[in-house]
Design a protein around this ligand. Structure first.
Ligand code: FES
Ligand code: MG
Length: 591
């Protein structure tokens, strides 16, 4: 029979769907479609299959990514959902990032993953895309790319791992990785214990089982409207996770039909809801960087969601969710307590329920299909009995040292401190001197670490939890004020000020010219981080240092691109040219 697709007198619409979209340049459009069809038929597809809405499924399986170990089963389940709903499911790979296998830092590679994701969504004839991710940097990278490509997207997370067990005590990556390693270093547990712990801290595939970055981002994807409300917390190894995957496939086919794209779905209200959820979770500091980067990819929102927005939301939002590191429990406890639907019901008075979700329903309508949590549980606290009254995450936006900086106040007790700086100029300087018995430091000192920022540290290593100098640790000191331009793991606690910007490597900043003995003041209530040094003296020190910042000069490849183009922590550590405020970004390149 004759295929009308090759009838040269029938024009091919530039806004077409399925195989007709974004045809490659093989001369004329009919020939391009002819070529595309003959190649895909090599895989055995029929004309019927090829006439369906095409749902792309991003495959981020990697042997180096145990957090994504269930991706093959998830893809099968998504395909089932897509094909039961009349779509054609096509999976394709992008790079995959695991925290422990992303040298020098996973943050260094996040923007690369976002570019890979964006360009593959643009390049291929997909009507909607299921973004399967989970480990810390993967979901934000996928969303950044997805917003920029602006085809309909829906997220599916791999889900948290189960907790393990050591001598009858529940344990899990990765708050307990750090605390047990500290005990081993201090000699309170022995090498047999630490060896046994190593076997049990990650007892199943899936993402870290506490409210670290991966779990925080999963909850924020729900708050933003980009995942079904119940889909953040089901364990990676559960049958519930597979049913969520099947439903995600069904939703993706509806999205292909509604053509609801992320730049339309996401509004200011979506981001304010996400910030409210973040504050109520005592979520990861890394999530702040990601949300800023994500908002700055949106042409209508770039530059409007800032650390001041986070501060304002924080003042009105209590900490409600009792999970490590801000609290006690594991993700399985949050899931059993009703997960995100239960939290959203509790937070409803603080949310904008008119924000859209991927089904096209409002958040309020989606929430009304879940019964309000009525059984007694102690994981999600009511608004009337919070774990911490407000501002779990406090931006420090005043004072000469914190142009901008961030402190997770729900995971520390300090509210005001004035102490003398002990300055380390790099991670290796720190390693060389922190345990030196002659180090001039006492319990009131402020430990300052510079050159672990976006440029100076190649993507902000999670080195902000400066260890307590051993001679003080032996005296029982467990917390000190620590200040750096780096990051901390979402699973860490303590009075750890991070993300100081301008970073130490930036010649116009103050952090890079702080000296031993300078008085440093942290005032959480005022959002203040300052060094008591006259501006004239700071200027003199900056002058001594030289003003030119040779970012990435003489560096090749991705490393050169990263060092030259990365923006500051207050903007999300994205590449300026990828943001909606960057070149050509305002108009939004057409997909
Ligand atoms: Fe992947 Fe923690 S290492 S989520
Ligand atoms: Mg992490």
């Amino acid at each position: 029979s004759v295929n009308p697709d090759y009838d040269l007198s029938t024009p091919i619409d530039a806004n077409a769907t399925g195989l007709r979209q974004k045809l490659p340049g093989y001369g004329d459009a009919h020939f391009s479609l002819f070529m595309r069809k003959l190649f895909i038929k090599a895989l055995g597809y029929s004309e019927d299959a090829l006439s369906r809405p095409i749902i792309g499924i991003v495959n981020t399986y990697s042997a180096f990514n145990p957090c994504h170990s269930n991706v093959p089963q998830l893809i099968d389940a998504v395909k089932r959902g897509v094909q039961l709903s009349g779509g054609l499911a096509m999976d394709f790979p992008t790079i995959s990032l695991h925290e422990s296998f992303s040298s020098p830092t996973s943050m260094y590679l996040r923007n690369l993953m976002s570019m890979d994701t964006e360009e593959m969504i643009r390049a291929q004839p997909v009507d909607a895309v299921v973004l399967i991710g989970g480990c810390d940097k993967t979901t934000p990278a996928q969303l950044m790319g997805g917003i920029s490509a602006n085809k309909p997207i829906i997220h599916l997370v791999t889900g948290p791992m189960m907790p393990g067990n050591h001598k009858g005590v529940r344990i899990g990556a990765c708050t307990d990785c750090r605390s047990n390693w500290a005990k081993f270093r201090a000699g309170t547990i022995d090498i047999e214990d630490i060896s046994a712990l190593n076997e049990e801290l990650a007892p199943t595939g899936g993402t870290c089982g506490v409210m670290g970055t991966a779990s925080t981002m999963a909850c924020l994807l729900v708050a933003l409207g980009l995942m079904p409300l119940h889909s953040a917390t089901a364990p990676a190894v559960s049958s519930a996770r597979l049913r969520i995957a099947e439903q995600t496939g069904t939703h993706a086919v509806s999205l292909a039909r509604s053509r609801l794209a992320p730049q339309t779905l996401l509004t200011r209200a979506s981001f304010l809801n996400a910030l409210t959820v973040l504050q109520s979770l005592g979520g990861s500091t890394n999530a702040v960087l990601h949300l800023l980067a994500i908002a700055n990819r949106h042409p209508a929102l770039a530059g409007t969601i800032t650390l001041s927005t986070l501060a304002a939301i924080g003042r009105a939002t209590p900490l409600l969710v009792d999970l490590k590191p801000s609290g006690a429990g594991y993700m399985t406890d949050f899931h059993a307590a009703g997960g995100m639907p239960a939290l959203l019901h509790t937070l409803a008075p603080l949310l904008d329920l008119s924000a859209l979700t991927i089904t096209g329903e409002t958040l309020g309508a989606a929430l009304s299909t879940f019964r309000q949590g009525t059984f007694p549980q102690d994981v999600i606290h009511p608004l009337t009995n919070p774990l911490h009254p407000s501002s779990s995450l406090t931006p420090l936006l005043h004072g000469n040292l914190g142009g901008t900086a961030l402190l997770k106040t729900s995971a520390c007790a300090t509210r005001y401190h004035r102490g003398r700086a002990v300055v380390f100029h790099s991670a290796s300087d720190l390693a060389a001197r922190i345990d030196d018995p002659d180090l001039d430091v006492d319990r009131d000192s402020v430990l300052v670490l510079t050159h672990i920022g976006p440029v100076g540290g190649q993507g902000m290593p999670e080195a902000g939890v400066i260890p307590i100098p051993r001679k003080l640790a032996r005296q029982g000191v467990v917390d000190m004020v620590r200040v750096s331009d780096g990051r901390v793991s979402g699973t860490a606690g303590g009075t750890v000020v991070v993300h100081v910007s301008p970073e130490g490597a930036d010649p116009k900043g103050v952090l890079g010219v702080v000296r031993d003995g300078d008085w440093v003041v942290l005032d959480v209530g005022r959002g203040w981080l300052g060094v008591e040094v006259e501006e004239g003296e700071l200027e003199r020190r900056r002058g001594e240092r030289g003003k030119e910042w040779e970012r990435g000069r003489g560096e090749r490849g991705y490393r050169g691109l990263f060092l030259r183009e990365v923006n500051g922590a207050e903007e999300g550590v994205d590449f300026g040219f990828l943001t909606a405020g960057g070149p050509g970004g305002g108009e939004g390149r057409t997909a």
